[in-house]
Design a protein around this ligand. Structure first.
Ligand code: TYD
Length: 206
């Protein structure tokens, strides 16, 4: 059985589902109550994460499997870096909230690399909480297009449909001890924040 990291909260969702916005909103709620929280994200800002972002921006071309390895290396460093790894912070009692985690790899990389392979590369501990902002792909695509930025590697309708299916597969095998909360991504930013906030209050984190 995989280890579960206490006080580790993960936000997951398709591109355009608003996980980054929610991360900011939830961190504000912690700040308002002067409860310390460490906000983070994947791909990270580390040199490993920077390579990943270059691939996503289509500046570097590589294979899907090399990209899956890069995501996993970035995650390994994110978790276990001896200076600033998340596991070290959690051991010291800190609460961590992270925009995307290994479920993103299971959802996105499985399409081209196969689920079992990605699972094997991502033998990392589970978070105690997963908030999945479940958003229909057409809603995501509309938001992605109105951002007016160059689209990244995976921001394509039929690809996101497959990602959504692999998310379901990944979440279907979670152990009971992991709190999995599905949120309707069609709700407003405010409604979603309130929903996340109320679960965290219920569980005594906020
Ligand atoms: P994200 O940070 O949400 O993008 P941005 O900040 O540019 O809006 O994630 C970047 C992309 O990387 C997104 O398409 C999901 C993808 N991704 C994976 O394919 N595998 C992973 O393991 C992770 C963490 C992200």
């Amino acid at each position: 059985m995989k280890r579960i990291l206490d006080n580790f909260i993960v936000l997951e969702g398709l591109d355009g589902s608003g996980t980054t916005t929610q991360l900011k909103e939830i961190v504000e709620r912690f700040d308002m109550q002067s409860i310390p929280v460490h906000a983070t994200f994947e791909p990270t800002g580390s040199p490993f994460g920077k390579i990943v972002r270059s691939v996503l921006k289509k500046e570097i071309v590589t294979t899907p499997l090399a990209l899956a390895h890069l995501f996993a290396a970035d995650r390994e460093d994110h978790l276990h870096n001896p200076v600033h790894g998340i596991t070290g912070m959690i051991e010291k009692g800190e609460t961590i909230i992270c925009d995307r985690y290994l479920f993103s790899s299971l959802a996105y990389q499985s399409i081209e690399c196969g689920y079992e392979k990605v699972e094997e590369l991502n033998d990392f501990p589970y978070p105690r909480f997963i908030f999945y902002i479940d958003t229909p792909t057409d809603v995501c695509m509309e938001r992605i297009y109105t951002r007016n930025e160059e689209t990244e590697l995976f921001e394509e309708h039929s690809y996101l449909n497959k990602v959504r299916e692999f998310y379901e597969r990944a979440f279907s095998t979670l152990p009971e001890e992991v709190n999995f909360i599905r949120i309707d991504g069609r709700k407003t930013i405010e409604e979603i924040t309130v929903e996340i906030e109320s679960v965290l209050k219920d569980k005594g984190l906020l």
